[in-house]
Design a protein around this ligand. Sequence first.
Ligand code: PNW
Length: 512
Amino acid sequence: MKIFLTCILSFLSISQGWRDYKVRKFPENFMFGVASSAYQVEGAWNEDGKSESIWDRYLHNHPEVVADGTNGDVASDSYHLYKRDVEMLRELGVDFYRFSISWPRVLPTGFDNEINIKGLKYYENLIDELLKYDIQPMVTLYHFDLPQRLQELGGWANPEIINWFVDYAKVVFDKLGPKVKYWITINQPNSICIDGYGESMMAPAVDSKGVGEYLCIKNVLLAHAKVYRLYESQYKTKHKGSVGISLAVNWIDPLNNSTENSEAAKKAREFTIGLYMNPIWSTKGDFPALVKEIIAKKSKEQGFPRSRLPKLIPEEIKLLKGASDFLGMNHYTTSLVTPSTQEFPSPSFADDLSVDFHTGKDWIQGKSPWLKSAPYGLYKACIHVNLEYSYPRMMITEHGWSTETGLQDYRRGAVIREYLGALLLAMEDGTDVQAYTAWSLMDNVEWTAGVSERFGLYEVDYNSPIKKRTARQSALIYKHVIESRVSEDGWFPSSLNISITKKKKAPVKAEL
Ligand code: PNW
């Protein structure tokens, strides 16, 4: 009888694309962490010698762009309350804490001619407090808060920023390097460049649509690569750390399997993932051929003398290729696309991309308009990256869910567990993932959404003078996951129906 049932079940699982039921566990050396970023939690925007960042300037001058008029002047006040933050990390039992360094806190002029010792000391104190409790720091050098002084010189659109970023990284590596094993150079180039220089959704809100985004992307990637090479040649042997970059790798599927929609999805993946991954992880290097072709063609039609996407010269291609010890994957959501029927401003990134985004029928909606839960998307994103880029080492450096205020956040806990379930399946199928990071440790200033969208495992009471932090239900769920190393035992990707056709390397164990 038992054998009979097993046969039926396996038949069902194969025919439905389901996986066998078993408890899947994260390996012992897998690391669980949580993340935050300087502007979003620190506050103390002008204390102890810190200078103005582009976010200070933007939200001071334009409070109207923020949903609830808040800004990061005080935020969660982590600059003063970091010991409480470490207490929370200990409660959760995380292996590491991903936080970012504020460039204008460390180098008030933006340059390394003047080092703000007090600013550096803050990060040293935080790191010491973490290490005291055996929590590894994972340090992001740049999470959106450029010194305003450098913006006045063009910010990420000026190629000189590559040198400025290297100078800044040197200061940080010299001071904090011996204590840090995991470095992220830059967080989400797409937010910096597309949203900051095209769509005006993020600081510096420079509207240079169709041109500035691509200058920025090239400079961001080269700045990352130069800092990677700096660490590799001057610090790696003595500090024994690794350096990666965090990219937004959301999943994109066609709305249905029509040829046009499938092509639109492929194009959208090249514009949102390939544009950043190709130069570092593809065997050929360079920007994706399809992206180069589309932008060159449109630029010509628009009367530009050359492509708006700058070229990468052979030395740059060489510098970029392989310039990362791991891929930091920030994964939040999935979208379905069709070729666009809209008129976009021309030139613009949106026009170059020309797809319309849709959402799946039964996908649950987060508080943020762009956020829907579709755990299978994380699985597919991992498999895509494996097949396109030969199984890179990865860390999930962000994944999270937004809600209203309130401690009963059942959905956040459920979403984290479901996504971890998907991750376990991707790992079973050969994905080399070393870490998962929940965004975020606590509520924080969600850029122009202010504090109207809460991402925290801990709620922050912004009205309380001590910015009281209280564990939400999801904090307890995540703590349990970390302790047991088991996620949603019963999570099956029932909506998953893909076949792995291109196998490049051995570790694929199971096929769907
Ligand atoms: C990330 N999307 O941004 C950032 O790294 C964080 O600073 C931010 O607070 C967090 O995720 C939540 O938003 C994203 O549209 C912004 O898919 C947009 C998307 C994803 C991540």
